[in-house]
Unconditional design. Sequence first.
Length: 230
Amino acid sequence: MSAELILVVEDEPKLAALVRDYLHAAGFRSEWLADGRLALERLRTGPMPAAVLLDVMLPGLDGLEVCRAVRAFSDVPILINSARVEELDRLLGLELGADDYVCKPFSPRELVARVKALLRRAQGRLAPVTLVPAAGGFAVDEAGQRILWHEQALSLTPVEFRLLRQLLQHPGRVFERAQLLDLIHEDFRDVSDRVVDSHVKNIRRKLAALDPPQECIASVYGVGYRLDAA
Ligand code: CA
């Protein structure tokens, strides 16, 4: 079971670094974004973090707008923080769907305690994760956009997730690079078959890091790739 991921959205680098240090010390993983619009995009397209720490005053899009937009597609726990008490009043008045808030300046220790409390509450409300068994001892968690090999979760980008899922769902079938390219929506601007190769290379590297290493993606010369289930 890998550590839970917390997305830190904060435009003050020093504060973000401090918060992340405390999160890591408490056993969490973290990602940091300093721009509201990028944070929203990240939450729309990437694997969902366990919780979001959201500053209000942000470049791009303010935290309240981010919160409102996220609630249209996700129940991810959101902890808002702001230096301005009147913003927090506004936040509560608008009922944007934030789960909790803290006033700046806050103690990082208190922030981490709030995150833990948020996750405990969220666990009671979230549906259990459904793992769909796939070929070769793998399982696909569609809701969490994760792929596991026995108990070990692979840390995949969204594109890598889609590619590996496709191969796993059709073991033994050869996919041409062009077919796999259709799965890589983000990279349409760069429409070289080599893009597929570089993603497959990264997936293979991650499979090789499993214990024991898995080498289940076969290259089919001149055509593409195939998953060989053990
Ligand atoms: Ca700020």
